[in-house]
Structures are given as C-alpha cells and as structure tokens.
Design a protein around this ligand. Structure first.
Ligand SMILES: Cc1ncc(COP(=O)(O)O)c(C=O)c1O
Length: 392
C-alpha cells in the first residue's frame, strides 16, 4: 500500500527508485517497518555526517521548537539561532569569509553565489569544470558539467566556459572578462576526484591576477567529509565565496553562501533586495547547524576521519576492483562495468548495507558513511560489501 502511494502520488526522479521503506533511523542504522536493518554507508548522500538523529542535534532542534519557528523572511529580524550560527562560522573560517547568507538547499547557495560574483565584478562570464555537479535548478544546472542532463532543458545560462578539472593548462581560459570560477574543492559526483595542491593554488593565483571570484562548492565535500572541516584547508588556499549544504544542517535543510561583508553588501542596493528568500535561515535549521558544528568540535569527529577511511580502504580489497579514489570518508570504487556496480548495490542492499551510484560515473560504487561510524560497524559493513563484490 505505502509502495503504491509512493509510486503513484509522489513525483518520481527515475524509473528505478531504491524503494526501501524507512520507519526510523538512528546512528548509522536505518530501520524498516518490518524490522529490517540497513547500515547507511552513504549518509543519505553526504548529509548524515554525524549519523542519523545525533542526540545533541535533536536536543537543539527541540529547544528551538519551544522558542519559535519562522517569524519573518530572511534578513529582517534579529534571531538568536542564525546570529549564533553566523558568529560560529566566522570564527571557524579565514577572516575574509566573515559574512554568511543562509538559504535552503545546495543548489540555491550556488545560484546566489553566482549572482554575488556577477554583482561584485560587474562581469558575466562564468568558468566551471567538466564533470562537475552544482545542483538541479537552472543556474546551477547551467554550470554543471554533465551535458546529457542539461540538453532537455536548454536554453540555460549563457556565457559559461568549461575547463578540465585539475588541468593547469586550461586556466588561461580565466581572464579579466571572467566573473567567477566555480568548482568543487573535491569533485563528488564525478566519482571523488581530488585535485593536486599545485592545481588549486594555480586556480587561486589566476583568479587573483584576473579579479575573477573563486567560488568553492563544498556542499558535498565540506563539513568534515574529507578529514578537515572544510576541504580547502588541505590545499592552502581559500575561496572568495564558499558554499555549504547537505551535512551542514545535521539532517535539516539549510545551506549557505559565505563571503566578506564588503562583497555581501552589494546585494543590498542597486537593486535593493538583490537576493531574497522566505525560509532561508529558518531558526530550527540554524539551531541544528550550530549544534552540528559544536558536536564536530566537542566530539573531535575530524580526528578519526582519516583513520576510518584508511581502515575501509584496507578492508575492501578485491581483484574485481580497478581503482579506489578516496578523500577522507568519501570513496569511489571503480569496477570494469556499470552492471557489476548495479549488482553490488543490489547485493549490499539485500544483505543490509546501503551503498550507491554516482550521477555521472556509472562504473564507480559510492561509499560515504557517517563520520561517526564505529570500528565494529565498519567491519560488519565492509564484510558485506566485500561479499557483494565477490558475488557480483
Ligand atoms: C557538490 C554539490 N553541489 C551542489 C549540490 C546540490 O545540492 P542540493 O541537492 O541541496 O540542491 C550537490 C548535491 O548533490 C552537490 O553534491
């Protein structure tokens, strides 16, 4: 019955939805109404970095529910939860990233970041990377690299040039006509592509030379996923505009674009209300995001990411595997054919582990478990994944 409602009355995104039914979720485990258990090795696609329903995040949500919900559109009233979250972020980020604008989803953060870059530079050209994914709304789709996903929705934004990710020679495309370069610090949906430090430093340098704004999209690779709170910390650079989402809200929908106060002020005039949102900065979501940042610090979550990543890498070794790409606890495991990946996903699921695909990289199996996953949970999940690979 619930399956019929889901299929007939909820809009579908593909002919093959995953179709497990969830009654509740706790830590790394999802539970079905029939009592089946699944170890979530993808964190709801990069969201549940602290596991599902971390008690301190849930408590912060409950505390905020008792105070107030929505009281006004973004940017008018002073609200403690968004104030505290913005202050916390300013303390964690480099000094020039001192001003946050909270929105509702990753794609919206990128849309607004592109607008901000246009406003700051007075230019219109955008440079993005092949194979990138920045979201599904018109602007973010326009700067995403997957041509197949875009064709049905043209015309999209004009004046965008695509360069090869991690290829220094292509950086000459960035000129004094360029408003911004948008890239994921570590490409996610392309199948976990980690650029070299030399490359990202060259990107930063080229943006400085030309006055182009560097937007780093850390919607998937941020919030500790790669072992540091922000992935860019590992490359000794910083963006002009940073976008966050997914795990940022600890399971509630909130995203952000963050820049300097001076740059953000361009959105207040000519035209006034240059970017507006009704629900952006929702107090309950801000409370959850603040608690998430506090838990990452208090429970020293980042210290364990690399250790756990290495352990998974050690445990999941098999002759069928062609290549493993990893950044912290973000994995792409390559196989000879997408059919094998499909069988592995299916076998894992039948045996109580959720692994997944990438949008643009069908030969890779995706793992990105909660950063809080325990060693024994890793060992159980890895054994099931290994058996699935063996039987694929
Ligand atoms: C790197 C990156 N940017 C942007 C987005 C879009 O975020 P949302 O789905 O919240 O709009 C995603 C989602 O997968 C992403 O991985």
């Amino acid at each position: 019955m619930s399956k019929e409602i889901f299929l007939n009355h909820l809009a579908q995104t593909s002919p093959f939805p995953f179709l497990i039914e969830i009654e509740r979720a706790d830590g790394v485990t999802l539970y079905s109404p029939e009592g089946e258990k699944f170890i979530d090795m993808i964190s709801g696609i990069g969201v549940s970095n602290l596991g599902h329903r971390h008690p301190k995040v849930v408590q912060a949500i409950k505390d905020q529910l008792d105070k107030h919900l929505h009281v006004m559109v973004y940017g008018e009233y002073i609200q403690a939860s968004s104030n505290q979250l913005a202050k916390k972020l300013a303390g964690l980020l480099p000094p020039h990233l001192d001003c946050s604008y909270f929105v509702n989803s990753g794609t919206e953060a990128n849309e607004a970041a592109l607008k901000l870059a246009k406003r700051v530079t007075g230019r219109t050209e955008i440079i993005s990377c092949k194979k990138s994914y920045h979201g599904s709304t018109h602007g973010s789709l326009s700067v995403s690299g997957n041509e197949v996903k875009k064709n049905a929705f043209r015309p999209l934004l004009p004046n965008i040039r695509f360069i090869e990710f991690n290829k220094e020679e292509d950086l000459t495309s960035i000129t004094t006509k360029t408003a911004c370069v948008i890239m994921e610090t570590v490409q996610g949906d392309a199948g976990v592509r980690v650029p070299s430090k030399k490359y990202l430093k060259a990107v930063r340098r080229r943006c400085d030379e030309t006055g182009a704004q560097l937007i780093l999209d850390e919607i998937q690779c941020g919030m500790g996923r790669t072992g540091t709170l922000f992935a860019f910390e590992q490359f000794e650079i910083a963006p002009d505009i940073l976008t966050l989402g997914k795990a940022f809200g600890g399971g509630l929908p909130i995203a952000a674009f963050i820049s300097s106060q001076e740059k953000m002020k361009t959105l207040t005039h000519d035209p006034m209300l240059g970017h507006i949102t009704t629900f952006g900065g929702n107090p309950v979501c801000c409370a959850a995001a603040l608690a998430t940042l506090q838990v990452i610090e208090e429970e020293k979550v980042l210290d364990q990411v690399e250790v756990k990543g290495k352990l998974i890498e050690q445990l999941i070794q098999h002759p069928h595997i062609k290549e493993v790409r990893r950044a912290g606890l973000m994995f792409a495991i390559d196989f000879d054919h997408e059919d094998r990946v499909n069988r592995i996903v299916q076998l894992c699921r039948e045996n109580g582990v959720i692994g997944y695909w990438f949008l643009s990289n069908p030969h890779s199996f995706r793992i990105a478990p909660p950063l809080t996953i325990r060693e024994e949970e890793i060992r159980i999940a890895a054994a099931i994944i290994l058996r699935a690979i063996e039987n694929s």
